[in-house]
Design a protein around this ligand. Structure first.
Ligand SMILES: Cc1ncc(COP(=O)(O)O)c(C=O)c1O
Length: 389
């Protein structure tokens, strides 16, 4: 683990970085063992990681891929999204959600979010046309979307649901792990996520056809895995029925995933403790709101986002600069989709996006990582109070 006193963030020395990865000695030891083996991709570690992920989420199938964008892309392909098909996506999400729709050949239709920062059911209802084929709810910051409502709308309009679970490893909706409620769920193991394989992703589904499609497409469309090909028959005897991609998750990263997954409850508990601590000392400040979520049960506590309203002493941008001057790194998740050139050209907007535009001016994500200390949080809280109280 890194020495807490020597944080460097893109060459700048900082007091409280935005994020510090949690990769410990046991993770490194396991990865070293895999590096010494003869199979470095397409092997048994990937299978083990998938099995462990299935157990945690209780999904019937789990397919490891190179990142969540690949998982979203292949899931959309698997449900048959094609040119002209519309997929509803919230304005407040990372670009990858909408990019994957374009990569699959569809058109992202951008809709608004509600007070919780998740896709709004009302906006979904108003945006449906004959061309709409799917909804992509994003469980933003680790809070589950209202999946009952979304499922009802999808059922009434014969739509598929691809859940973007990049922020939501460990998030549940009514005791079900997110990703198992719609047709497929896509997870990211990017370094800032609740567990990491550095880069990496996973698609889960209860639908055998979707699982088969994603499994084939992640490995060039080849009908037999390397393991099958070397364990029975001739290794070159395989077919390719559809063109595929190289979206594989290698053995070293899969090994890291297995090791990280064992720590998921501990890592999420540490995030939750930090959430509760921030909430306790940041509530009641005029013009600042803390995240909703009550006791954060079933919440993966991925991002801690405060809102700085119009009647606060200083605005969000000024607070960001003031924190930066003191060596505290914060960020905004995210610049809304409708502001990017690519989506102005290739996506459609339905509705007024009032809430996401308002949120974008007010939101600020505070430093949050499993090993953040109370002293670090106290310093962040102190500087925020100095600016706002
Ligand atoms: C909401 C959301 N969706 C998708 C992705 C894409 O994940 P990946 O970087 O693993 O492709 C991210 C990554 O940050 C994300 O935050």
């Amino acid at each position: 683990m890194r020495d807490k006193k020597s944080y460097s963030f893109y060459g700048k020395s900082t007091k409280v970085p935005f994020f510090v990865p949690f990769i410990d000695k046991s993770d490194i030891l396991e990865m070293k063992k895999t590096l010494d083996s003869t199979v470095l991709t397409n092997g048994p570690k990937l299978k083990q990681f998938e099995t462990a992920f299935r157990k945690i989420t209780k999904a019937k199938f789990a397919i490891g891929v190179s990142n969540a964008t690949a998982a979203l892309h292949l899931s959309l392909n698997a449900i048959g999204i094609k040119r002209g098909d519309e997929v509803l996506v919230p304005n407040l999400t990372f670009a990858a959600s909408a990019n994957s729709i374009i990569l699959a050949g569809g058109t992202p239709v951008i809709v608004d979010v509600d007070e919780t920062m998740n896709i709004s059911s009302n906006s979904i209802k108003k945006a449906i046309t004959k061309k709409t084929k799917a909804i992509m709810p994003v469980h933003f910051a680790g809070l589950s979307c209202q999946m009952d409502e979304i499922k009802d709308i999808a059922k009434a309009n014969s739509l598929k649901i691809i859940e973007d679970c990049a922020h939501a490893i460990g998030t549940k909706f009514k005791s079900k792990h997110v990703g198992t409620i719609g047709d497929a769920g896509c997870f990211s193991f990017y370094p800032t996520k609740n567990i990491s394989t550095i880069e990496g992703g996973m698609m889960i589904t209860n639908d055998r056809k979707i699982a088969k499609s994603v499994e084939l497409a992640r490995n060039h469309g080849i009908t037999r895995t390397l393991m099958n090909r070397y364990s029975e028959g001739k290794p070159w005897e395989y077919d390719i029925r559809e063109p595929g991609y190289n979206y594989r998750l290698d053995e070293v990263r899969a090994t890291l995933g297995i090791s990280q997954l064992k720590k998921l409850d501990m890592l999420n508990q540490k995030r939750k403790n930090a959430f509760v601590y921030y909430n306790k000392f940041l509530s009641g400040i005029n013009g600042l709101s803390t995240p909703a979520g009550l006791d954060f049960k079933d919440h993966s506590c991925h991002l801690y986002i405060i809102r700085i309203s119009k009647n606060a002493k200083i605005n969000r941008d000024k607070l960001y600069e003031s924190l930066l001057k003191k060596g505290i790194i914060t960020s905004v998740h995210y610049k809304p989709l409708d502001t990017f050139t690519v989506f102005k050209e290739k996506a459609k907007v339905r509705g007024k996006l009032v809430r996401s535009k308002e949120l974008f001016k007010e939101i600020l994500s505070l430093p949050l990582y499993p090993n953040i200390t109370k002293a670090e949080q106290d310093f962040v809280i102190k500087v925020i109070r100095q600016n706002l109280v």
